[in-house]
Design a protein around this ligand. Structure first.
Ligand SMILES: Cc1ncc(C[n+]2csc(CCOP(=O)(O)OP(=O)(O)O)c2C)c(N)n1
Length: 304
């Protein structure tokens, strides 16, 4: 059962494998989505809340127990992955560790917004969301430049809540003129730039799928983001270790102040893995070195 998805090629991978032996129920508020990419056995056009609250009454108790087993299995994979990550150390800032530090510093109810790119993928993998509606990302729509305006919008809606933009240096530069609104409307958001001096998500494809033919992605002369911060009258910091990152962000949260944090990340090591190459099936996932899990659900045939 799929709710509110367009079955894009990036989520499905290989359409033939995806269809094999499956019956699909597709729920979407936009009826033109139903049957567009994947033909379901049952298509339901309707509001997710109404449809789900009707359907949940039809789910037998026995299925709920199966569901719990499936969720336990998923949690196990997540725990294995996090344990693996915690052991990998790299020189300089590792994106997943930066996120861990930020998660510890930001209060649980904080709202985060993201740009589009590898930093967004790292967030999808490593940002723990404690409160519904606090993770704002353009997801598969892939709107670079979304992070800062989305964060400002969130701050207007919830001035009482700390708001953090986790951005890429490419995405940030698409809409960074919105920094003017921080002072104009007193919207103290915290902007963290995962500054890898490249359009990493695209570079990643060039390295992995196009034989390392790197073209038109690297920024060898980025602007000085500290000077950008200064130009807009906002405090800027370029931490050189996790402790400096932690204390700068903690101070901004405590004082409800705007802050721009430029986090230098080595582009040669910023590969988001696991990664499913386009058109491939989940079982053809590329794992990070030294990490493997069996992605076939060993349960009762429900995982496929
Ligand atoms: C407006 C727009 N242009 C181009 C793309 C294609 N695209 C997707 S991710 C990406 C690179 C993003 O770079 P950056 O924001 O620096 O993030 P990183 O991948 O380096 O973390 C590009 C060019 C897009 N999604 N949106």
């Amino acid at each position: 059962m799929a709710v509110g998805t367009r079955f894009s090629d990036r989520t499905v991978g290989n359409f033939n494998e995806f269809r094999r032996g499956r019956k699909i129920i597709h729920v979407d508020i936009d009826k033109s989505e139903i049957g567009k990419n994947v033909k379901p056995e049952v298509g339901i056009a309707g509001d997710a809340k109404t449809v789900l609250s009707t359907m949940i009454k039809l789910v037998p108790k026995a299925l709920e127990r199966r569901h719990e087993a499936f969720i336990r299995w998923l949690r196990g994979i997540k725990e294995n992955y996090e344990e693996y990550r915690s052991k990998v150390d790299i020189n300089g800032f590792a994106p997943w560790k930066v996120l861990k530090v930020l998660r510890e510093v930001m209060p649980p109810h904080s709202i985060i917004a993201t740009g589009v790119g590898s930093h967004q993928m790292w967030c999808e993998l490593h940002w723990d969301v404690y409160v519904p509606g606090t993770f704002i990302t353009s997801a598969g729509l892939g709107t670079m430049g979304f992070g800062l305006p989305a964060a400002l919008g969130a701050k207007i809606a919830r001035p009482d809540v700390p708001v953090l933009d986790i951005d890429g240096d490419g995405s940030f530069q698409m809409t960074m003129q919105n920094l003017a609104l921080i002072r104009e409307y007193n919207l103290p958001v915290i902007v963290t730039i995962f500054d890898n001096s490249t359009l990493m998500l695209v570079r990643h494809w060039q390295v992995m799928l196009y034989n390392k033919r790197i073209i038109a992605v690297d920024f060898n002369v980025n602007p000085d983001f500290m000077k950008i911060a200064e130009a807009y009258g906002i405090e800027g910091v370029r931490p050189s270790n996790y402790e400096e990152l932690r204390s700068a962000v903690a101070r901004a949260v405590r004082n409800n102040e705007a802050l721009i944090v430029d986090i230098t990340i080595d582009r040669e090591r910023d590969f988001v893995l696991p990664f499913v190459p386009s058109g491939k099936w989940l079982e053809e996932v590329i794992f990070p070195e030294g990490f493997r899990v069996d992605l076939r659900y060993p349960g009762d045939g429900y995982g496929g």
